[in-house]
Design a protein around this ligand. Structure first.
Ligand code: BES
Ligand code: MN
Ligand code: ZN
Length: 464
């Protein structure tokens, strides 16, 4: 969708003019004020459409309720603009104009809401979905361009996680990373990964005919205020390995690289957003497959930092790949490390698709991310990092084993990752197992990949 900022959206010739209605107040549009029924109060989510019969430059006017003006916030704007855009698509509109009359800065959220609503993964369908092609928006107080870049990052993340594993394999992720502008990308192949001593990651990768690719993307601005590493779980497919998953649990495991997809979405747009932060994006991409060469329960692996791990279950593979990726990130001597991973079914059991889990070694940092996420439309809920969860990981033969007890699995996984975080970095772990991929529509999102994490992490980087 092309976004055009204009002096006055209501004067634009287009298919649908979208205006807002605050609860029990008049709109800026005389036709709506005259013809809307009593029952259209302007509560959030209500809509009313009217054909202009040539009385205005647009063919239709669509009024969308935004509730009470004093209750307006990012979420109300984003969700209801998304709703309005879906209505416009039902009217088969190609061009729409947004004439929102509010004091609240609504530009960024309007653009993001519109782009989320206009997203379809229809690459493999011969009949394409209807899409809005142009959106006109009146000059606003906040920077619409920021919304466009955030949405562009989300779109790449959603596309990559929606893609079948046959397409989005480790080599493809590496190829995509090499195509980004304004950043420097290094890809390490299997031999180089071995040289770096990443024994945990390599063990997971060894069961697949598709070789692993370790991806490091650097964005280095002048005079950075901070140095940050973002690490994305990049399991291009998770069959479970020899501890193979049942069919129903394996069905969506092409999405097990949603963390990597998020990180790639961010790095695609980072040089356009130009945060004053040095950013290192790290992905240990591979596939977890059962085969004659696959790693086995009982194997003992040595991670990059020298710690040994007894393989208790080959389906707890994400933490093994992240272990080496986190060691690598910490060796860069960055200030902050954020990892994002579809890590545990346990997190999904705890929080469903409503919120992602967050853990870390610094509560101030965790709270900052929770706050930024809430403002951006991504909910995070902190889970504990208590010693009890580490006790579950004790092994008789190695420094730790890769799974804990049956219960508290999200926290045990967090404690496992913590073993590979070193120095005095602030570290946060985002478990997005329940939020990366929806099995039914939720809020402004359709089924499938959500691009979770892109907005929170980018807004965090932009906060400096
Ligand atoms: N990729 C899965 C976690 C997952 C589950 C993501 C459901 C999205 C939806 C992860 O690799 C996994 O298999 N975790 C196991 C760990 C267990 C063996 C300790 C799990 O959660 O069941
Ligand atoms: Mn698994
Ligand atoms: Zn996995």
């Amino acid at each position: 969708m092309e976004i055009k900022v204009v002096e006055n959206a209501k004067d634009i010739e287009c298919d649908v003019l979208v205006v807002n209605k605050f609860e029990d107040e008049l709109t800026s549009n005389p036709l709506v004020n005259k013809y809307a029924p009593e029952t259209f109060k302007g509560k959030a989510g209500e809509t009313f459409v009217i054909h202009t019969r040539g009385e205005l430059p647009s063919m239709y006017v669509l009024a969308v309720g935004l509730g009470k003006e004093q209750d307006l916030n990012n979420t109300v704007i984003r969700e209801n603009i998304a709703k309005a855009v879906k209505k416009c698509a039902e009217l088969k509109a190609k061009t729409i104009a947004l004439d929102i009359d509010a004091k609240f800065p609504f530009g960024v959220q309007s653009v993001i809401g519109a782009e989320i609503a206009n997203y379809h993964f229809d690459k493999y369908k011969t009949k394409k979905e209807h899409r809005i092609s142009e959106l006109f928006i009146s000059k606003v107080s906040d920077d619409v361009k920021v919304g466009e870049y955030l949405a562009e990052g989300m779109k790449l993340a959603r596309n990559l996680a929606n893609e079948p594993a046959a397409f989005a394999n480790p080599a493809k992720l590496a190829e995509i990373a090499q195509g980004f502008e304004g950043v420097e990308t290094t890809i390490y192949d299997e031999a180089q990964i071995r040289e770096m001593g990443m024994g945990a990651y390599l063990a997971v990768a060894q069961g697949s005919v598709n070789p692993p690719k370790f991806i490091h993307i650097k964005y280095i601005p002048q005079n950075p205020k901070r140095r940050v590493a973002i690490v994305g779980k990049g399991l291009c497919f998770d069959s479970g390995g020899l501890d193979i998953k049942p069919a129903a649990s394996m069905l969506n495991m092409k999405d097990d690289m949603s963390g990597a997809a998020c990180v790639l979405g961010i790095m695609k747009v980072i040089s356009k957003l130009q945060p004053s932060v040095e950013v290192h994006a790290i992905i240990a991409a591979c596939e977890n497959m059962p085969s004659g060469s696959a790693y086995k329960p009982g194997d003992i692996l040595t991670a990059k930092n020298g710690k040994t791990i007894e393989v208790d279950n080959t389906d707890a593979e994400g933490r093994l790949t992240l272990a080496d990726a986190l060691c690598y990130a910490c060796e860069l001597n960055v200030d902050d490390v954020i990892d994002i991973a579809t890590l545990t079914g346990a997190c999904m059991v705890a929080l469903g698709s409503a919120a992602s889990g967050i853990m870390g070694n610094n509560d101030e940092f965790v709270n900052e991310l929770i706050k930024i996420g809430a403002d951006a439309g991504e909910k995070f809920w902190q889970l504990p990092m208590w010693q009890e969860y580490r006790d579950n990981l004790k092994s008789d033969v190695a420094d730790m084993r890769n799974t804990g007890a049956r219960y508290g699995g999200a926290s045990s996984a967090g404690m496992f990752l913590k073993e590979f975080v070193s120095g005095d970095v602030r570290w946060a772990h985002l478990d997005v197992a329940g939020t990366a991929f929806l099995d039914k529509p939720q809020h402004e999102f359709s089924k499938g990949a959500t691009g979770i994490g892109v907005r929170t992490i980018l807004n965090y980087l932009l906060s400096y």
